[in-house]
Structure formats: C-alpha cells, structure tokens
Design a binder for this molecule. Structure first.
Ligand SMILES: NC(=O)c1ccc[n+]([C@@H]2O[C@H](COP(=O)([O-])OP(=O)(O)OC[C@H]3O[C@@H](n4cnc5c(N)ncnc54)[C@H](OP(=O)(O)O)[C@@H]3O)[C@@H](O)[C@H]2O)c1
Length: 298
C-alpha cells in the first residue's frame, strides 16, 4: 500500500464510497465518515463530525494527509432550504476551514462544488461565468467557493454535474427508485424541462484523482458531454430494460412544489477539463451499466 495518505471526507456518501475505492490503487486512503461507512475494509475509516472546528483539527492531526478531497456536504437542496443554518456549518464553515488546514500544510485540496451555483437561464456554463444561485444549497456552495478562492487560492474547486452510480452499500438514490418502479409497473414522474450534463460516479472519481496530480488550481468543471433531462434519461432506461415507456410521465418542474427552487438548465461547459485530459465515460454506456446493475444486482 502507498505511503501517501489521501483524506477523503464524506467517504460513506454516494460519491465518497466510489471515490475511496478508486483511490486505493495510488494512495493509502483515509475516509472521514459521520454515520455511513466507506464500505471497503481497505479504507481507514475515521469517525468525525466535521461541523466541529476541533474535530476538524484533530482529524488532520491524526491522519497527517498528503492531499484532501472534501466530498462531505449537506448535498440535498431541499434539506438545505429547510435547515439552512445546519447546512451552512458543513457546506460553508467546514469547507473553508478544511481549505485553510490544507493551505497551512501546503497540501492539495479539492473541493466538490456543484452546477447548482448557476441559475439555469444562460447555459452552458463555463468557469468564467459568475455564479448566480437560486437555492440556499447553491448559495452556500458559491459562498464557500468565493472564500476559498480569495483566501486559499491553491484550492481546486471542482464543479460537479448531476451524478449517477451504484452505491456499494446497496441500491439507493433516484435511479434505484426508478428501476424498482418500472419493474413493479408503477408510474414514474420525470422532469422534461430540467437539463444537466450528468456523469457516472466512477468517472467523477477518476477525474478528481487525476486532478490531484495536475498542479491545477482554481475552478474546473467536470461535467459530461451529453445534455439531457431526467425524462430523456428515463426513456433510455426503459428502452434498455425492455420496460413499458408509457409508465413514464413527463412532468414540469413548475408543476411540483419543492422547498428549493430548481434551475431549468445548468449544463456545464467542461472544455477546460476535456482539453487537459478529463475523459468521462460515454453517457449512454455508463448509464446503462448502472441501470443494468441496479436491475440485476451487483
Ligand atoms: N450527488 C450529486 O448529483 C452531486 C452533484 C453535484 C455536486 N455534488 C457534490 O458532491 C459531493 C458529494 O455528494 P454526494 O452526492 O456523495 O452526497 P452524499 O451522498 O449526501 O454524501 C455526503 C456525505 O457527507 C457526510 N457529511 C455530511 N455532514 C457531515 C458532517 N457534519 N460530518 C461528517 N460528514 C458529514 C455524510 O455523512 P453521513 O451519510 O454519514 O451523514 C455523507 O456521507 C458534495 O459536495 C455535493 O455537494 C453532488
């Protein structure tokens, strides 16, 4: 095992689980977790609550990382909207302090931000476009980005798109729900008027690990090459599964009341990353890989 220690926060999360496993080939991996585990015995799991400044310092003192990928967050926009003060502690305060702890040690720090820092009115968005968030989640991520860029400019701010993937601790998330519904012939409502540039979690994990060794800093977009709506994604899943496509209902984001406002089109322009060598998997191939795995088991 490598002597180089990589600290990954949010190691038990949707992205964190895959990221930890992908990192094992080049790093000794330390996963900071709150409740969920990294789901791989080879990852050194460290229990911590990152909203406590003392716990953050203790974590860094215990692990003595050579690099950090900060993937812990309150990443659910509706929960951020309803519990903004609690969300702020992890999304803003903890993130800025983690960038500071990395700057003090002169080690690389990758921050996982989001395409939801944009309002969705003028896509596609490149790194030079100014954030224009419309939800508390987007505001908090944009604020963390701004502070990090101003105070700790060596931080790499990675804006991630909508992700899809297979959770190692069992099927969960949007795609798992959709596959279950289609198999039991339940109707599924999918937005036809909300567009993203989705990427599978394995490609995002490879992209983040690749960035660690590039000497890049500042903002970088890690979106995919395909702009697509949830409804179109559902059509692909139904067709490839041989399920009845009439079970999919086209719904508008304006017809569903949710705590957090939803932007129409936050497609990312990721040409900077593509030109540097970021190569996410082809959308349909990766999407079908995940859907098939969810339908048939690991
Ligand atoms: N999912 C997406 O489509 C998407 C899109 C764009 C950007 N992102 C960003 O990508 C990153 C990873 O997202 P994700 O989807 O993997 O989110 P996730 O599944 O919700 O994972 C986030 C992790 O953060 C941990 N966490 C939250 N509060 C914590 C605290 N106080 N102390 C320690 N750990 C804490 C959670 O631990 P517990 O589970 O144990 O509570 C959870 O495992 C986030 O920065 C998110 O904003 C995600």
């Amino acid at each position: 095992m490598s002597e180089k220690r990589l600290l990954i926060t949010g190691a038990g999360g949707f992205l964190g689980q895959t990221l930890c496993r992908s990192a094992l080939s080049g790093w000794s991996v330390y996963g900071a977790v709150r409740r969920r585990s990294p789901f791989d015995d080879r990852v050194h799991s460290v229990q911590t609550d990152l909203t406590s400044p003392n716990e953050r310092k203790r974590l860094f003192a215990a692990v003595r990382p050579h690099a950090v990928i900060h993937a812990a967050a309150e990443a659910n926009p509706n929960r951020c909207q309803k519990h903004s003060t609690a969300a702020r502690r992890i999304n803003v305060d903890a993130s800025i302090h983690i960038a500071e702890l990395c700057a003090e040690r002169e080690i690389p720090c990758l921050f996982t931000s989001t395409d939801l820092v944009f309002d969705g009115n003028t896509p596609p968005y490149s790194e030079t476009d100014l954030p224009s968030p419309i939800s508390i989640y987007g505001f908090q991520k944009a604020e963390a980005e701004k502070e990090m860029a101003a105070r700790y400019p060596q931080t790499v701010i990675c804006r991630l798109p909508l992700m899809f993937g297979y959770c190692l601790d069992g099927p969960s998330g949007f795609e798992a729900e959709m596959v279950r519904s289609l198999a039991s012939r339940k109707r599924v409502g999918l937005f036809f008027d909300e567009f993203r540039t989705p990427v599978d979690t394995e490609s995002i994990a490879s992209g983040l690990l690749w960035l660690l060794n590039r000497g890049i800093h500042g903002i970088i977009h890690l979106g995919g090459r395909t702009r697509i709506s949830r409804y179109q994604m559902g059509r692909i899943a139904a067709r490839r599964l041989g399920a009845d496509p009439s079970l999919l209902d086209r719904i508008s984001r304006n017809d569903v009341e949710m705590p957090a406002p939803r932007p129409a089109d936050v497609s990312l322009n990721s040409d900077r990353a593509f030109s540097l060598g970021y190569t996410p998997a082809d959308f349909e191939t990766a999407y079908w890989g995940v859907i098939r795995r969810l339908a048939t088991g690991p």
